[in-house]
Design a binder for this molecule. Structure first.
Ligand SMILES: Nc1ncnc2c1ncn2[C@@H]1O[C@H](COP(=O)(O)OP(=O)(O)OP(=O)(O)O)[C@@H](O)[C@H]1O
Ligand SMILES: [Mg+2]
Length: 396
């Protein structure tokens, strides 16, 4: 067992399921509750539950930490976690309580369409499953539709990104999912160097490859830390916050969204960065080269088209901000997956990131170097996308 893993994953899983079972029993007394399969997640504990035959999705967060950090001891020993957790759940500020509020806020706004809430009890958020197929599955099966799909996502968020969204957010912000915040939390402070050095130790990578990944990520992080000032701290619009394709479901012409982490931002750049960056990870993981190329081109076309809507004056800065956030987010999720203890079940797309870690690390390394250079505008965009293309083999 790795010395860095301090909590037993099976114990945490059993405790999470028990929390879900008890919360459902309190919410729906006398009804038959069955806690079934886990939905793999590196952040909260998520599983399916049936209540008197009705299917729900339950979500539980330990102290607002990711499951990876929790298992690595970020919340202390199991006894300390359990004690702190009681207090955390009682506070109106727990992450699932804010998520329930965010879902309500978005339902009042009308768009984007989000999942229905079934109830919130003792820190457990119950949601109704959204219909449709997840965006990664759709993009994977119909890669030629990537640009159209991404553009319909951005269109759906137009109201949220406008001043209309700003009015009612107070108290519901889920700042824990800020790309810059997560990046700073992971990569500034005394334990950063050890964190980087240990990445991937438990994920079965050949040691020479692992060390190469660590060095690529170390140089990327160094560059990106010099670029954090590219992200303005103004709070002028509301963003969806965790806009990855896995959080969007396509149901015919309708899009349904899950897991909003609404937060203030200076503009929609973070949403765009996550959507584009995570779509490119789908391209990197796609087994078919032609499909990978179509996905990359779709993402590139979406970003170019978006940039054309930005007034000339702010265009250079906006593009640099989007690229910086996209690279930070990619480093965040890659390092999270690489540091997940072996007992934590990764979703298939997360396992794919580990398998492609060297390609991804080399892409962000070269793209971050371009961002520090002198290129701007469409040339920068082309150069960054051509890095992605070369590294995925899709543009060879
Ligand atoms: N309302 C829902 N309908 C259908 N599936 C859902 C719903 N909520 C969650 N899921 C499934 O559970 C997974 C994890 O849920 P969610 O993203 O809300 O949790 P999380 O802890 O933030 O996970 P991650 O870190 O992977 O984003 C989703 O990717 C999806 O597969
Ligand atoms: Mg999520």
């Amino acid at each position: 067992m790795n010395v860095n893993t301090v909590l037993d994953a099976a114990l945490v899983e059993a405790a999470s399921r028990e929390k879900v079972r008890r919360a459902a029993a309190r919410l729906w007394p006398g009804k038959e509750v069955c806690v079934s399969s886990q939905c793999p997640s590196v952040t909260s504990y998520v599983c399916r539950v049936s209540v008197e035959g009705e299917e729900l999705v339950a979500k539980y967060s330990w102290m607002g930490l990711s499951l990876v950090s929790l298992l690595r001891g970020a919340g202390g020993s199991w006894n300390e976690v359990r004690e702190a957790q009681d207090e955390y759940v009682r506070s109106a500020d727990s992450i699932t309580a804010r998520e329930a509020g965010a879902l309500e806020f978005l339902r009042a706004l009308g768009r984007p369409r989000v999942c229905e809430t079934g109830g919130l009890q003792d820190g457990v958020l119950f949601m109704r499953p959204v219909p449709g197929v997840s965006l990664p599955e759709v993009v994977s099966a119909r890669p030629w539709e990537t640009a159209a799909l991404l553009e319909s996502v951005l269109l759906t968020l137009a109201d949220l990104h406008s001043p209309v969204g700003v009015a009612r957010l107070r108290g519901l912000e889920i700042g824990e999912r800020s790309v810059l915040g997560v990046f700073r939390r992971k990569f500034t402070g005394p334990s950063t160097s050890t964190y980087l050095t240990e990445l991937g130790r438990d994920r079965g990578l050949p040691e020479y490859e692992r060390q190469e990944i660590v060095e690529l990520l170390r140089s990327t992080v160094g560059r990106l830390l010099r670029l954090v000032t590219l992200v303005p701290s103004r709070r002028s619009v509301v963003i969806f916050g965790d806009l990855k394709p896995e959080h969007i479901y396509v149901d015919g012409p309708r899009l349904h969204f899950i897991d909003p982490a609404v937060q203030w931002a200076s503009g929609p750049e973070q949403d765009l960065a996550k959507l584009i960056g995570r779509t490119l990870l789908l391209a990197i993981a796609h087994p078919d080269r032609a499909a990978a190329r179509q996905i990359t081109e779709g993402a590139s076309a979406t970003l170019s088209r978006y940039m054309n809507t930005v007034p000339d004056r702010g265009r250079t800065q906006t593009l640099r901000t989007v690229v910086a956030l996209w690279l930070m987010d990619t480093v965040n999720i890659l390092s999270t997956c690489l540091s997940a203890p072996p007992a934590l079940v990764l979703a298939s797309h997360q396992a794919a990131l580990v398998a492609q870690a060297r390609t991804i690390a080399s892409t962000v390394d070269r793209a971050s170097a371009l961002l520090l250079g002198t290129m701007v505008g469409p040339r920068l965009l082309d150069a960054v996308f051509s890095e992605v293309g070369h590294n995925t083999g899709s543009l060879r």
